[in-house]
Ligand binder design. Structure first.
Ligand SMILES: [Zn+2]
Length: 222
């Protein structure tokens, strides 16, 4: 009985050793074939993340694994998307992006300010109705004022900068905004900016006007 037990023990140990050597051989072969083995891909391909110093407003690029530190505010690592429900104020991360951009503009001797940011759906309806009266039809009005359910102002995700009388500062933002994830969106609205890209990304080509908004992002749910 005892001898049998020892034999079984040896057999198990032997199987284990064979198993291990097969595994290490497999690993070796995979490596030799240039196949990358599963590991923590976030460590290997970190997603850039921009952080603004709360005091100096300087932007530092780190990554989503390391994250921003306590003395910083995050500009985010992607475009800013709206949630399921309409908010009651402007998106706070959009404000961080704008604060960082404003500080950088100041260093360049330019002034940027938000002339109009968050609007309630009611306000946007009123503005659109006024535009319909002014331009004679909904189709024509939509080129100048986005219809209520199309506009990103009620989502807190659009800002009108330096409107109507300071286009030079807005031009600075058009040139430099991508670093902060802010883009001009329409050819006919030099003042209208949205956080449609990750900070440090590339802004998409301008759309002719607000009637083409659905091509920029999925249309907001009603
Ligand atoms: Zn606007």
């Amino acid at each position: 009985m005892r001898k049998g037990g020892v034999l079984i023990g040896f057999f198990l140990l032997f199987s284990l050793l064979i198993g291990v050597s097969q595994d290490s051989q497999k690993t070796y072969l995979l490596k030799g074939a240039g196949v990358s083995l599963p590991n923590n891909s976030e460590d290997e391909f970190p997603i850039p993340l921009s952080c603004m110093n709360k005091i100096t407003f300087e932007v530092r690029v780190t990554n989503t694994v390391k994250d921003c530190v306590a003395t910083e505010l995050s500009l985010g690592a992607t475009e800013i998307k709206h949630g399921l429900n309409y908010p009651t104020k402007i998106n706070s991360q959009l404000m961080v992006r704008f604060a960082a951009a404003r500080a950088a503009a100041e260093k360049d001797g330019q002034r940027i300010y938000i002339a109009s940011g968050f609007r309630t759906l009611e306000r946007q309806k009123y503005l659109f109705a006024t535009a319909v009266k002014k331009y004679g039809s909904e189709a024509e009005a939509a080129k100048w004022v986005a219809p209520p359910y199309v506009s990103h102002h009620p989502w807190g995700l659009a800002i009108d900068v330096n409107y109507p009388d300071e286009p030079i500062g807005a031009g600075w933002l058009e040139i430099n905004g991508a670093k902060f994830g802010l883009c001009r969106v329409y050819e006919n609205e030099w003042w209208h900016f949205e956080p449609v890209i990750a900070p440090g990304g590339t802004c998409p080509p301008l759309l002719a006007d607000a009637t083409l908004t659905s091509q920029l992002q999925p249309a907001p749910v009603k």
